[in-house]
Design a binder for this molecule. Structure first.
Ligand code: NAG
Ligand code: NAG
Ligand code: NAG
Ligand code: NAG
Ligand code: NAG
Ligand code: NAG
Ligand code: NAG
Ligand code: NAG
Length: 369
């Protein structure tokens, strides 16, 4: 039967995404490292001059541990070993065993981020992507071709610097937003007592808020069991789904924390810490020989100090894809190339973001910046 509806507007029911999420997981305190996999392989993802150690080595060498005084998790670069020419420096890359789908929010409370010449940390989904001594935080997405950012929020405290998220565009630069707050990275971040990132992965798009320690909303600092993102104000970064379907371009996400040194060498995107032109924007000398090599005195600030990472969901545990709990190696699923890769199109879909392209290095030969 055909009906005439004079109240045409009643047919238009806009889809409203959830803004309220309940906690499903907390990585914090003495159990912080319990549900991650250590990469346990040299950096064949971003071509850094680094070896991502096993859980056992990270514990033995105090590269990943929970500080007994603060109860904060520390993830750091080895700054006590002397590295001879043509060898790599030990550091850490971990990825969560579980993956979290559309309808998730991550709240990362940190006191210190790794920085220093040659240092390139990542907390993927590219919530933070700093490099060398850069003083502001860059946030970005990298996807298969076809995802462009249209109609982002007016970002009063940040600047959208590119809108094409495709890994094929602009050397896989990604669709980037620079947070103009100097407290969002590096020495300024640590001096301000760190802060909290809130990342919302919703069907309507991705949003990132950054709150320096002094401005963390009480709903977050109280470790509330739920979070309502509609109360958080204008995000620092916003990537609406208008011209980029979340379910089409983004798989469930591993959380990844890593620190690499130099890296990002061509043939794939040749920007970031190891690229000479970027390196000497903030540092002097040559990335590998003047920093990675030698006694490690450059790396006293190359560490994460993390109070907690909490995961919230709009759909209970249905958003979670559980992974096996293991102290596995790079060959286990999730968080290997699958969640970092920019080297092959099929791996891009596996992550909201990664850093620059994965570069497949033949053997362990160093490629110097
Ligand atoms: C939307 O994305 C397509 C690629 O899938 C692109 O060709 C088009 O220009 C985009 N539209 C806008 C308004 O950016
Ligand atoms: C929040 O949780 C963190 C770690 O899980 C803890 O150190 C802190 O004391 C908690 N804060 C409150 C207000 O409960
Ligand atoms: C990306 O992953 C989603 C979810 O697994 C899938 O539905 C979609 O087809 C994939 N997109 C591409 C381009 O592979
Ligand atoms: C950066 O380093 C490269 C390679 O060493 C050099 O050619 C270039 O002149 C340097 N640029 C600046 C601005 O120092
Ligand atoms: C470490 O190396 C740097 C640079 O070569 C040097 O200035 C410093 O004195 C060395 N530190 C120690 C403790 O040997
Ligand atoms: C190594 O780094 C830590 C901070 O992570 C710092 O406290 C320590 O002094 C550094 N050690 C050396 C030898 O530079
Ligand atoms: C993983 O390694 C950590 C640190 O060495 C250890 O405490 C934990 O029990 C290990 N977990 C598994 C599942 O082997
Ligand atoms: C890195 O090495 C691991 C272990 O050999 C391998 O499984 C993985 O495919 C490699 N990743 C890349 C991008 O080459």
């Amino acid at each position: 039967m055909r009906s005439t509806n004079i109240f045409a507007f009643t047919l238009v029911v806009p889809f409203v995404a959830a803004t309220s999420y309940d906690i499903v997981k907390a990585y914090a305190g003495t159990t912080f490292f319990d549900d991650w996999t250590f990469y346990n392989h040299y950096d064949n993802l971003t071509n850094g001059d680094t070896i991502f150690v096993s859980a056992a080595d990270a514990a033995a060498d105090q590269l990943a541990y929970v500080d007994s005084t603060t109860n904060h998790a520390i993830i750091k670069v080895d700054n006590t070993s002397t590295v001879p020419y043509n060898q790599k420096r030990n550091t850490v890359r971990i990825f969560s065993n579980d993956r979290y789908g559309v309808g998730s929010v991550w709240v990362a409370d940190m006191y210190h981020l790794p920085y220093g010449c040659s240092v390139w940390p990542a907390c993927e989904i590219d919530t933070l992507e700093g490099v060398n001594l850069q003083t502001i935080n860059q946030m970005g997405l990298h996807t298969l071709p076809g995802c462009t950012i249209v109609g982002a929020n007016d970002l009063s405290t940040s600047t959208q610097t590119s809108t094409d998220c495709s890994y094929l565009a602009n050397d896989n630069q990604g669709c980037l937003v620079m947070d103009n707050n100097p407290a969002s990275y590096g020495a300024g971040f640590a001096a301000a007592g760190g802060g909290v990132w809130v990342t919302e992965f919703a069907s309507t798009g991705i949003s990132i808020w950054f709150f320096p320690r002094a401005n963390v909303p009480s709903s977050i600092s109280s470790n509330s069991s739920s979070i309502d993102t509609s109360t958080l104000g204008t995000p620092s970064g916003n990537w609406p789904s208008t011209n980029c379907s979340m379910s089409q371009y983004f798989d469930a996400q591993n959380l990844i924390l890593d620190i690499t040194l130099c890296g990002g060498k061509s043939p794939s995107p040749s920007y970031f810490a190891g690229n000479a032109a970027i390196f000497n924007e903030t540092c002097t000398g040559v990335c590998y020989t003047d920093y990675v090599m030698g006694n490690g005195s450059n790396y006293a600030t190359a560490y994460f100090e993390i109070a907690s990472i909490r995961v919230y969901s709009s759909d209970g545990t249905n958003n979670i894809i559980p992974g096996s709990s293991s102290n596995g190696t790079a060959t286990s699923s999730g968080g290997g190339a699958a969640s970092t890769g920019k080297s092959a199109a099929e791996t891009i879909n596996g992550s909201i973001a990664a850093l620059v392209a994965s570069v497949v290095v033949g053997g362990v030969a160093l490629l110097l910046a």
